[in-house]
Design a protein around this ligand. Sequence first.
Ligand code: AHG
Ligand code: MN
Ligand code: MN
Length: 338
Amino acid sequence: MTTERNQTLGEFIIDKQEDFKYSSGEFTRLINSLRLAAKVVSHQVNQAGLVDIVGAFGKQNVQGEQQQKLDVYANEVFIKTLINREIVCGIASEEEDDFIAIKGKNGGNDNKYVVLMDPLDGSSNIDVNVSVGTIFSIYRRVTPIGTPVTQEDFLQKGSNQVAAGYIVYGSSTMLVYTTGNGVNGFTLNPAIGTFYLSHPNMSISQDGHIYSINEGNYVHFPQGVKDYIKYCQAEENDRPYTSRYIGSLVSDIHRNILKGGIYIYPTSTKAPKGKLRLLYECNPIAYIVEQAGGKASDGYNRIMDIEPTELHQRVPFFCGSKNMVEKAEEFMAQYPQI
Ligand code: AHG
Ligand code: MN
Ligand code: MN
């Protein structure tokens, strides 16, 4: 008999399988393969500096970003793991121009889930030994089972997500995920390659004292964001707040869930639509943070209600402790949404 504290992720997944009505075990197998890929990438991240894995790959992705070797490696590991185990019908990734339609044995595909992912988030931090992560988002396809997936299967609102999670490769490797019944975090014991339930029922405090934003871009920010930053810095009540910004979304969000805080990546004159991608960065993080009791918006509207129009669509992102996000929205509401 295991106690909740030392339950392994494998045991936890089997326990929770019954929560899924009509479950055929397909979803369980999907989470299991993400768990496996996470361990492989974690091992490789920890080898950075020893093996030839740091630095630029020499190519740009479709969004014009310089790909790092580890971006390409993590992308391959997650895609190969999912394809080889024949458990999803389609994959979309930050590192792939278009979605991948996976053919089943007889050309058709009887699987019902699609995965969208940011295989390596915060990759500019890898060369300097700072935490990076992986983000994933899972949906049921909307087109008929057995036919090839189409764009429609990927351009779904965040509120349709079946599950979402992230892996943070930090001082330890953690996998955090939700299936809509709260958020649970598992820490990898690298000696034996097993994830243990270390953070059951994670929740984010309603108020917090941390604000996370790249303030170097201050002059380019909308006035509502500038005003909110000044509010965070004012000496009044429980302020000024503490500023913490790693530059890896996963790590900044993970810290803020545990300690209470707000993360903002707004629009700017340099990035008029924001920088972060709706489908595989903001939606999965929004789902996790909402499930932990927090909030995620684009400054005006709930992130998970946005109707996506493009695979690599960018959105401004305000996410974290509920009252902090609502306060930031109050400042944004003083100015029209552009
Ligand atoms: P990615 O490495 O997947 O392209 O994502 C980087 C993102 C995100 O992780 C981070 O919060 C943000 O870019 C940092 O951007 P700035 O350097 O502009 O602050
Ligand atoms: Mn990213
Ligand atoms: Mn990335």
